[in-house]
Design a protein around this ligand. Structure first.
Ligand SMILES: *Cc1c(COP(=O)(O)O)cnc(C)c1O
Length: 381
């Protein structure tokens, strides 16, 4: 078989994205402006949510979401133990304490049955993560824990849904990422969504130095020479209009990207189901998976090699793989800070050690999938 090189992820951009950059560059309005606004309006509509605010990335979106929900020093925020590190870091930015909750190994999402035991008088909020594009059951969390503010980490979940409820509008705030590893990208970028008008105002101001009106509103208003009022210490977490212009084009492709990924996920499922050491991702009934990543689980008791050796074998054959993500409670920074043992979160530990993300992106063709399937079936043979 002729060798192929298949990256784990690859953005799908083309001439339309390139053309879209011309508008802001030629007009001279390149920071947050009309294209960001257009992107936000489209994003809000697609996710059936009242407000959307573009920001510099999902980590800053999480930071603003937490602040707008009133999270501050002394508060505790529940975070799944298996997620990208920035879910926990955003809590630290607010001088609050991330409290880890184990995950359900079948979905890689927060284990709702493990939440109650982590709640104290200080628990203010929870950040359920829609990991790899599969939504966490926000409605159930709301029903069981109505006292908690819910910030959805939907970094991987643009276009994902439970029934007719898209990610981003189920909790108090939704946060999204447009990093190149996500299904739609603006290079770096993020979005904060909410149905709550007060939270919306907070997020809008906090992302722009705390200014009560944006530069665009000021420049195009009747008295452009009068500077905005400032009532809070804000940040500069703005998205540029060049990114906004790219985002508009990418967002139009989102449903096509997801449909295509769904088709390939079905193909993987069909072709890989007989490999007894490999568990493929399962989608609960009624859920729309966004397939940011296709993450399998290696059962080392049945596999001919250890997970890392399988990853090495695939790498040598040009196939990129990765662990799904990392167990944050096992990273030095958090393990030392809170004196946590790997075994304290057995689900997250197992996911960290045995999950294996295999290539899934919109530049792949059937020959790529067949090539990967061939080498997965030949492991140890
Ligand atoms: C990618 C990712 C983030 C961070 O997104 P950035 O836009 O890179 O800041 C946060 N949480 C999860 C679950 C992610 O996958």
């Amino acid at each position: 078989m002729e060798k192929r090189n298949i990256p784990i992820g690859l953005p799908s951009m083309g001439v339309e994205e390139w053309e879209a950059c011309k508008g802001p560059i030629e007009s001279g309005w390149i920071t947050q402006g009309p294209k960001v606004k257009e992107f936000e309006t489209m994003f809000a509509k697609r996710h059936n949510v009242k407000h959307a605010f573009a920001v510099s990335n999902c980590t800053t979106a999480l930071h603003l979401g937490l602040l707008a929900c009133g999270v501050g020093p002394g508060d505790e925020v529940l975070v799944p133990a298996f997620t990208w590190v920035s879910t926990a870091n955003a809590v630290k930015y607010c001088h609050a304490t991330p409290v880890f909750v184990d995950i359900d190994i079948n979905t890689f999402n927060i284990d709702i049955d493990k939440i109650a035991e982590k709640i104290t008088a200080k628990t203010k909020a929870i950040i359920p993560v829609h990991l790899f594009g599969l939504c966490a059951d926000i409605e159930l969390i709301k029903e069981k824990f109505p006292q908690l503010k819910i910030i959805e980490d939907g970094a991987c979940a643009a276009g994902s849904a439970i029934g007719d409820k898209p990610a981003g509008g189920m909790g108090d705030v939704g946060c999204f990422s447009f990093h190149p590893r996500k299904s739609v990208t603006t290079g770096e970028g993020g979005m904060c969504t909410t149905n709550n008008d007060e939270i919306a105002t907070q997020i809008d101001r906090l992302r722009n130095h705390g200014a009560s009106i944006s530069e665009e509103q000021r420049h195009h208003g009747p008295k452009p020479y009068i500077l905005s009022a400032f009532e809070m210490v804000g940040y500069n977490y703005r998205m540029t209009d060049i990114q906004g212009a790219i985002g508009v084009v990418q967002l139009k492709k989102l449903d096509f990207f997801i449909d295509e990924r769904q088709k390939w996920a079905d193909y993987y499922e069909e072709q890989l189901k007989d490999i007894e050491w490999l568990t493929t991702p399962k989608v609960p009934k009624g859920y729309k998976h966004g397939w940011q990543s296709y993450v399998t689980f290696v059962d080392e008791s049945k596999a001919p090699m250890k997970r890392n050796d399988i990853m090495e074998y695939l790498q040598q054959n040009g196939i990129s793989t990765r662990p799904g993500t990392h167990a944050v409670h096992m990273l030095d920074v958090y393990a030392k800070m809170y004196d946590i043992k790997p075994s304290d979160y057995p689900g997250a530990f197992a996911a960290d050690q045995y999950s294996m993300s295999i290539p899934m992106h919109n530049k792949m063709v059937k020959e790529d999938f067949d090539y990967i399937i061939h080498f997965l079936k030949s492991v140890g043979k």
